[in-house]
Design a protein around this ligand. Sequence first.
Ligand code: ADP
Length: 160
Amino acid sequence: MKIAIYPGSFDPITYGHLDILKNAAGIFDKVIIAVAHNGEKRGFLSTQERVRLIKESVKGMPNVKVDSFEGLTIEYAKKIGANVLIRGLRAVSDFEYEMQLSQTNSALCDEIKTVFLTTKPEYNFISSSTIKEILQNGGDISKFVPEPVFKFLTGKKNAV
Ligand code: ADP
């Protein structure tokens, strides 16, 4: 059984993340999308909010589970018995950081391999930080995020 984890901030999850996840779910037996909880850095959304929005966005994907973790990704991957770490690549600018990350993780645990996936071209440019900027400046984010995220974020903004 090939178990993959897809770790990240997902602050919030976007159509880009979702496309990577769908591709991974088609390749591996089970995919765990895991929100990295950083106690020192309060993100835009709380870890619980991110997990809930991911759960609502992956309904209908039976081999996908949602979780969160603290600490080193590779330790979490070992703990849950994952064989593969999924990361997404957008542009060449992602490459250097992702390469360094994957080589560091290999040095820590060579049994868990990083697999890089890309999205369809129409989702390639989407990033959580751009979405936050569009939202804060009153733009329309409906094309970039799954419906539960759109509803939650527009509700949150109107409540401020
Ligand atoms: P992190 O803080 O760990 O980079 P992110 O939530 O920003 O977390 O991204 C998680 C992973 O998804 C990263 O590997 C990132 O490169 C990838 N990713 C995010 N958006 C896209 C996209 N639009 N296309 C391809 N990969 C993406």
